[in-house]
Design a protein around this ligand. Structure first.
Ligand code: ZN
Ligand code: ZN
Length: 694
């Protein structure tokens, strides 16, 4: 009888019970409710039989549209004397229609009615109202009532209490009750797991499931969705894989929520192949599944795949949400795909997607990483909410785009706004100082980081200072600074010193720096090339050749240079001396034209960066086919006149490409923005924003 009054779903945690199976309980009978009501009244059955009254009340209360009809029946009668089941029916109707507070009022009214006594289902409904309203205090009061009335032995009441505490954020209280119950059903397990889940305590969620497996507790699809999600968050691929196997074995792959959770789990654990296989096999995919897959690609750095999948998503006419957009924007930021990202921005505006802090920060970061600082500032200023990550994104963006002074001004505004900087913010601040050669400011900020904010400098901060001193030509001081570091200097630190030595042609310290780098990481071709360039720039060709030979002897191959350029929303990839681009002939012709034009403007090829095993003429040809020159030529061919050419390069720009690009920007009156491994170069009218220091 009990289950007939209170459907089991009413005691389940989480969202409302699933929609009734169609056709909804007698659509016809709802329309004919007044007739049915009248007939029952006429026959006298309604007042004589509480059972008939309850059935009619239940039918009306089941549909939010008929709820007021149910209320009138309940309040005005005629009807049999009211009892707990009548109250329970109405309370459930109210909760289902989103009026948890009214359900609670009904309970209070019941307490004041001497003739009616709340039963265990009343308490379950009341606790459910508390869960919905996050009414922890009222819920605690209900527990006191339940203890007094001896309801604490009832499983319905216990489950509802555990669920109430868990969903109101007091998972510890839920756990105390939970542990005291001897035989726990799946509903109770799900309730306590949902509590940890809500707290973001992924480890405990996974631990609970391990206990469940140990004691042989029953679990269902709701449990598995939570556990799979938690596995993704903590990267527990082993347990996640076990769930994946279980789901396939038990033929549960038709459950969309479950499979979506698995796709998300595999994607977060970096198992993109498995994620994609499941994703492809899904009969229908909602925005959550698409977002999980796209963000998996972005996080794994497979940004082209992320954008391709985003295109497929649009073809499938699934509307993206803010979570999708964050992933797509970070993919665009990494690729430097400005057009696509801009389209995303306008889409966000058009669809009025909520500008969450995370989404707005992604926008700022995207524009900054594409070298569009003005758009980044605009996005920043139009944000309804900003947190420390937003400020940091813009500070770092300004710094790497060579706008050090502005970055520092922004940092003082951030402090005035009482936003606490993090260690990442200070990386941005110190980068700003070093990229703009502000030695004194850099030293001061470095000191204030520990003194004012109690942030211990990390190796990245030391790296910025070495870079700062080195750029300013204070090579000896930089070297002494490294020697006095309280933590072991890593390759990044020595590399910063080595590149300063390249610029200031300091052979001795350069040799020393390379020695340290090789002892830590001997496989990085760029390091050998930097030292070889120092020798070459001093005309010490023999030494240069020796370094290159040492590199070959160790089997270290030069990382091929690769430049990306976006044209009409498609990202094109160029490698040095590229030989399989379909338009290669035209591109090489354009390169030749480019080189001839800038030679007339005074360009002299610098072959220090070329291969050493070929003669001078071939060296010249080889540097002219560096990937960025190919990409720039392609941009000149394909982009409409006057459009800024933007590309991103995987290595640092070589000095020949740098001086060539400066002249190209002048001869062709084009702005060219190049993002290399470390920073941005904005070329315009024959000069670069980095002031030839990079
Ligand atoms: Zn180059
Ligand atoms: Zn530059």
């Amino acid at each position: 009888m009990a289950t007939a009054v209170l459907p089991a779903a009413a005691a389940l945690p989480g969202p409302a019970a699933p929609a009734p199976p169609h056709p909804p309980p007698g659509r016809a009978s709802l329309r004919h409710m007044p007739q049915l009501h009248a007939a029952l009244l006429k026959s006298g059955e309604l007042t004589a039989s509480p059972k008939s009254f309850h059935s009619l009340l239940e039918a009306a209360a089941a549909s939010p549209a008929q709820l007021s009809y149910a209320l009138r029946m309940f309040r005005l009668g005629p009807r049999p004397p009211l009892s707990a089941p009548s109250y329970n029916i109405l309370m459930r109707g109210l909760i289902r229609a989103g009026h948890a507070e009214d359900a609670l009022h009904l309970f209070v009214e019941m307490l004041g009615t001497a003739s009616v006594c709340p039963d265990q289902h009343t308490l379950a409904c009341t606790l459910k109202s508390c869960s919905r309203m996050r009414g922890l205090d009222v819920g605690r009061g209900i527990q006191v009532y339940a203890v007094k009335r001896g309801f604490m032995v009832d499983r319905f009441v216990l489950s509802s209490l555990i669920h109430m505490y868990a969903s109101c954020g007091d998972v510890a209280a839920a756990r105390v009750l939970f542990d005291a119950v001897e035989e726990k059903g799946v509903v109770m397990w799900n309730a306590i797991i949902a509590g940890y889940f809500k707290d973001g305590d992924w480890k405990e969620v996974v631990e609970m499931f391990k206990v469940m497996l140990e004691v042989g507790a029953p679990f269902d699809e709701v449990t598995l969705v939570s556990i799979a999600t938690a596995c993704g968050r903590i990267g527990d691929a082993e347990l996640g894989d076990w769930i994946g196997g279980y789901v396939e074995e038990k033929g549960m792959v038709g459950n969309r929520n479950l499979v979506t959770a698995l796709v998300d789990m595999y994607a977060k654990c970096g198992e993109l192949g498995k994620a994609r296989r499941l994703f492809n096999g899904m009969r229908s995919r909602d925005v959550v599944a698409w977002s999980a897959m796209i963000s998996g690609y972005t996080q794994a750095g497979q940004c082209q795949e992320a954008l391709a999948l985003f295109n497929e998503m649009q073809v499938a006419e699934v509307e993206p949400n803010d979570v999708t957009m964050v992933s797509v924007l970070s993919a665009c930021a990494i690729l430097g795909a400005l057009e696509t990202g801009r389209w995303v921005h306008s889409y966000i505006r058009r669809k009025r997607l909520p500008l969450t802090v995370v989404l707005s920060t992604a926008l700022v970061d995207f524009y900054a990483k594409c070298g569009c600082i003005d758009s980044a500032v605009e996005a920043f200023e139009s944000m309804p909410m900003k947190n420390t990550w937003t400020w940091t994104a813009l500070i770092k963006g300004m710094a790497s785009n060579g706008r050090g002074r502005e970055a520092l001004e922004l940092f003082s505004s951030m402090r005035e706004a009482n936003i606490k900087p993090t260690y990442v913010t200070f990386i941005g601040v110190l980068m700003a100082c070093s990229h703009s050669c502000l030695v004194e400011e850099g030293r001061q900020h470095f000191d204030s980081m520990t003194r004012e904010y109690g942030i211990q400098p990390r190796v990245e901060h030391y790296g910025c200072i070495v870079d700062l001193l080195g750029r300013a030509g204070l090579i000896d001081e930089a070297y002494q600074f490294i020697r006095s570091m309280p933590i072991e200097p890593n390759t990044v630190i020595w590399r910063a010193l080595l590149s300063s030595c390249t610029v200031h042609k300091n052979v001795e310290t350069g040799e020393e720096a390379l020695k340290h780098i090789i002892s830590l990481d001997p496989s990085h071709s760029g390091d050998y090339i930097l030292l070889s360039n120092i020798y070459a720039s001093l005309g010490r060709w023999k030494d240069a050749a020796m370094i290159r030979r040492a590199m070959n002897d160790r089997g270290i191959e030069k990382t091929p240079g690769c430049s990306l350029i976006e044209v009409d929303g498609t990202v094109f990839e160029f490698f040095a001396e590229d030989s399989d681009h379909p338009q290669l002939k035209e591109i090489y012709e354009k390169v030749k034209e480019m080189i001839d034009k800038i030679k007339m403007a005074g360009y002299v090829p610098n072959t220090a960066d070329a291969r050493l095993d070929v003669d001078e003429c071939e060296k010249e040809l080889s540097v002219s086919r560096h990937s960025e020159k190919l990409a720039i030529a392609f941009g000149l061919m394909k982009l409409h006149p006057g459009a800024t050419i933007r590309l991103s390069k995987n290595l640092r720009v070589c000095s020949d490409c740098h001086s060539a690009t400066k002249l190209i920007s002048k001869v062709y009156s084009r702005e060219i923005v190049v993002r290399d491994r470390n920073r941005f170069h904005h070329f315009k009218d024959g000069s670069c924003s980095c002031n030839d220091y990079w």
